[in-house]
Design a protein around this ligand. Structure first.
Ligand SMILES: NC(=O)c1ccc[n+]([C@@H]2O[C@H](COP(=O)([O-])OP(=O)(O)OC[C@H]3O[C@@H](n4cnc5c(N)ncnc54)[C@H](O)[C@@H]3O)[C@@H](O)[C@H]2O)c1
Length: 306
């Protein structure tokens, strides 16, 4: 098969969209797959085992190995059962691709508590549950003197980079996922486990209606930039032995491009020249001219301040 021969991989939310493509890409490299999905609608309601089952059948049809782990990624018990099922069925766990999630978009001034809580829960806690339990598993193995092969791939979004005006809950969850993955990368480097973040862009039901539908539409001819298939090989690469030195990185991935996001830097420093604490006037004297010239961070829908 390929680079991942015999490795055991969990992909969450793999019943459709990006997760399905990523699971198939891993299986084509020889990984044995645990297909998690709760089978919800795009706003997170309902539950259906069928999408996960279908992806298992697709993988088996080309000679791969896969099982279903139906469940909610943000449930501690469901995640523990999923990890147990991977280890009991295939004998180990090597790769966890966190991908499951849904949207409940609303402007900050209209968002309900429920819209906020549910999106933070599925994305941020969803990532936490499996990262927590998988890293514990790998750490225990390492402490017992066993060889560890561990890969974590988290799914963030460009929404976290610049804010996303109609998605304050989602942007916050994706920022949290990025920070948590950085912490995991630092904690796990001594065990040889890598942790990286992808910010994908692809045509799925998340964007097949609404303001971005036209951008994501399939072209009549030529390369299909937003085909979800474009993301699969990069996830398989991050999961591979060749990517051992890549950890704690954030990538924007779509079309034919992979972009490494720069590490945050401290940009402009101001220092009080007086031998005293800052005063409001002294701050304005120094910071005022700087922010007079600086462009505010805006996305395409926002109106600049006057
Ligand atoms: N499509 C894009 O352009 C894009 C851009 C940036 C980030 N993302 C991220 O990629 C990931 C996949 O999104 P997609 O576009 O493929 O959407 P999708 O709706 O096609 O797939 C998401 C899957 O997650 C499952 N799911 C939802 N809640 C779950 C839960 N509690 N437990 C288990 N499974 C659950 C759904 O059933 C669904 O199959 C998400 O994290 C999304 O935020 C997508």
């Amino acid at each position: 098969m390929g680079d991942l021969d015999g490795k055991v991989a969990i992909v969450t939310g793999a019943g459709r969209g990006l997760g399905r493509v990523e699971a198939i890409a891993l299986a084509k490299q020889g990984a044995r797959l645990v297909i998690n999905d709760l089978g919800t609608t795009s706003v997170g309601s309902g539950a259906d085992e069928e999408p996960a089952q279908q992806v298992v059948e697709e993988i088996k049809a080309f000679g791969g190995e896969a099982i279903v782990a139906f469940g909610d990624v943000a449930s501690w018990d469901d995640t523990a059962a999923m990890i147990r099922k991977a280890v009991d069925t295939f004998g180990d766990l090597n790769i966890v691709v966190n991908n499951a999630g849904f949207l409940r978009d609303r402007m900050i001034f209209s968002m309900t508590e429920e819209e906020f809580d549910s999106v933070i829960r599925v994305h941020l806690k969803g990532h936490f549950c499996s990262m927590r339990l998988a890293t514990e598993y790998w750490r225990k193995k390492a402490k017992a003197g066993e060889t560890v092969y561990g890969r974590l791939v988290s799914t963030s979004s460009e929404a976290f980079l610049f804010g996303s005006v109609g998605q304050p809950n989602y942007a916050a969850a994706k920022a949290g996922i990025t920070a948590m993955t950085m912490a995991a990368a630092q904690a796990m480097i001594r065990y040889g486990v890598t942790a990286n973040v992808i910010c994908p862009r692809a045509r799925t039901r998340m964007n097949d209606s609404g303001p971005y539908a036209a951008l994501f539409a399939k072209p009549e001819s030529g390369f299909d930039v937003y085909d979800p298939e474009n993301i699969g090989p990069f996830v398989a690469y991050l999961a591979s032995p060749q990517a051992q030195r890549i950890s704690g990185e954030v990538f924007v991935v779509w079309g034919k491009q992979v972009t490494v996001v720069g590490r945050p830097t401290l940009e402009t420093r101001f220092e009080n020249t007086a031998d005293a604490p800052w005063t409001v006037d002294a701050l304005h004297q120094q910071l005022g001219p700087h922010f007079q010239q600086r462009e505010p961070v805006l996305d395409g829908f926002s109106v600049p301040p006057q």
